[in-house]
Design a protein around this ligand. Structure first.
Ligand code: ME8
Length: 534
């Protein structure tokens, strides 16, 4: 069986380079993992959510029809344990924590189109339909099972995968479990999965993660246990009321629930399989092996693209909820809610940091010192300085009215390159490189001002020329950086005397040089990014 990964894909834009299903534009469906609702969000979960949100915003900016999904994973042993520990029912506990996730994303200005909770009736319906389909097609059977289980991962481990009897992700002892389970015939999909990845070389990005998934498949696939009798906090198995589905098996299906699988075929056709799953590296096996095999078993195409990111590290360790109670962790940044960071630095600066500091794909350090350094360098000294400088000199030399840019400005060519590079980077899931490209334009405008020193000159054509160019650069920067910093760019836009918003488009037209109208009032305003003390 083969499926086309580029189904629904519109033609490529110019400047996007080699066609990959990553660069496909037109309709764009992006998902984050659904976060375990056993605890409140932390900066690690914010990293993934803000990156997905900004990428979704970039596609909206380019005129694509976008559907962005996030949510909470609310079933399983870990959830039931957390509720017991807190003396409330599992439902009361997940109601509370999912509200905390929604509040955190709203505080970070995340504009998701839907927020799915796996305890919602719509999800139960989809899970039962989808897994019922797999059962009817003969890919699910019943057998006894025993193994070593990590409750934090909600996953079984083989003995040799453990380190001193502890799970390698959480370093917590794995417990011995034994039950009569239903199994999914994952082993039947080995060849089909390899064929699929062979035919779709960009389906998993980056390539190192693709290789990881491939070597896992080539190592041989065992059937997996997909139901539990040991707990009741899960989606009931429709054909056997003694069982609930294993939490991972229900969770992955959220990506289908939200787009109407089994309930709204037209809508489902619109968004599937041209999906982009942004996930962390420890859940590759679930998304790159189980999930496509489940889709094949149910007779639908596998997801077109899975982009794998690394971890934010604190003192060399993964920043996670499960480690929060580990006293040997050197820094307790897990105790800092994303909202505390936004209160200290502002929403857009934290969004910028999460997008700019650690490129998607690898691990990277996260620290308060790092935030301060980047904030002062990129935001206060670069963007903030350019805005303040231009507005001040327009005030003193042009009576507060912004001059027009030069049509044949020396910066115009660079601007065209920067627009192309920015688009190429964002469409390849590299917000950091996109922002780096955009900031080259800010650097060029600051350098041109340094060279021309309009503040030392009498008003006239030379002063107007360099200021007009700088205003035009700021207009372009507002557009290109709006997915990262929606509020700050809207404020700069307003101060430049422009109407509407940076996201108004049409993108291809407004990102060409020379649209700053001139003759409009420019406002200085308060510093956008007051410097922070290290
Ligand atoms: O795995 N840096 O949920 P989860 C970067 N419910 N990303 C991090 C991180 C860090 N320090 N810590 C966590 C689950 N994440 C399942 C998903 S999807 C059908 C089910 C990321 O709350 C992590 O890599 O444990 C993962 O992608 C996501 O947060 C959710 O983790």
């Amino acid at each position: 069986m083969r499926w086309r990964s580029e189904q629904n894909a519109a033609p490529l834009r110019e400047g996007q380079g080699e066609p990959t299903n990553l660069a496909a534009v037109g309709r764009f469906y992006i998902t984050t993992p659904i976060y375990y609702a056993n605890d409140v969000p932390h900066v690690g979960s914010a990293y993934c959510t803000v990156n997905a949100d900004a990428i979704a915003r970039f596609h909206r900016l380019m005129g694509d029809e976008v559907f962005s999904l996030t949510g909470t994973d609310e079933h399983g042993q870990k959830l039931a344990d957390a509720a017991t520990k807190n003396g409330v029912s599992p439902q009361a506990w997940v109601d509370q924590t999912s509200t905390a996730f929604k509040a955190a994303w709203s505080a970070l200005d995340v504009a998701n189109d839907d927020f799915i909770r796996t305890t919602e009736p719509r999800h139960r319906t989809t899970v039962q339909k989808f897994l019922g389909e797999i059962y009817d097609r003969g890919f699910i059977y019943k057998a006894p099972y025993s193994g070593l289980y990590c409750v934090s991962c909600e996953d079984y481990y083989t003995e040799d995968a453990l380190i001193d009897g502890k799970c390698p992700v959480h370093m917590k002892p794995a417990v011995s479990m034994s039950e009569d389970n239903y199994f999914f015939k994952l082993s039947a999909f080995e060849d089909q999965l390899l064929e699929w990845y062979e035919a779709n070389p960009t389906a998993i990005q980056p390539a190192t993660k693709r290789n990881e998934a491939l070597s896992f498949i080539k190592g041989g696939l065992k059937d997996i246990s997909i139901t539990r009798t040991s707990l009741s906090w899960g989606v009931p198995v429709p054909w056997d009321s003694d069982h609930v589905f294993y939490v991972w098996y229900d969770a992955l299906i959220n990506y289908l629930t939200a787009i109407g699988y089994g309930t709204d075929p037209e809508r489902f056709e619109q968004w599937w399989p041209s999906v982009h799953h942004l996930i962390g590296k420890e859940i590759i096996r679930f998304h790159c092996v189980w999930w496509p095999a489940m889709c094949m078993a149910a007779g639908i195409a596998p997801p077109a693209n899975i982009f794998v990111h690394g971890w934010l590290l604190v003192g060399g360790k993964k920043l996670s909820k499960s480690m929060a109670d580990d006293d040997s962790a050197p820094v307790k940044l897990t105790d800092i809610a994303p909202e505390q960071l936004t209160a200290e630095f502002g929403v857009d600066p934290i969004r910028y940091h999460l997008l700019r500091e650690v490129p998607l794909g690898g691990d990277g350090d996260f620290s308060i010192e790092g935030i301060i350094t980047r904030y002062n360098a990129d935001l206060a000294n670069n963007l903030g300085n350019l805005v303040a400088r231009v507005a001040t000199v327009v005030g003193s030399k042009c009576g507060g009215i912004g001059p027009r840019p030069m049509p044949d400005s020396p910066i115009a060519d660079l601007a065209a390159t920067v627009v192309a590079d920015t688009v190429a980077a964002w469409t390849r899931f590299q917000p950091n490189a996109g922002l780096e490209a955009t900031w080259r334009l800010i650097g060029a405008a600051n350098a041109a001002l340094e060279q021309a020193e309009p503040w030392k000159k009498d008003p006239g054509a030379a002063v107007d020329a360099v200021l007009g160019d700088a205003l035009e650069v700021l207009r372009l920067v507002c557009i290109l950086a709006s997915p990262a910093m929606p509020s700050v760019t809207a404020e700069i836009w307003r101060r430049l005397g422009l109407s509407g918003s940076p996201a108004d488009g049409p993108f291809d037209e407004v990102t060409t040089w020379g649209h700053y109208p001139g003759g409009v009032p420019v406002e200085k305003g308060d510093p956008l990014f007051p410097r922070k003390k290290a």
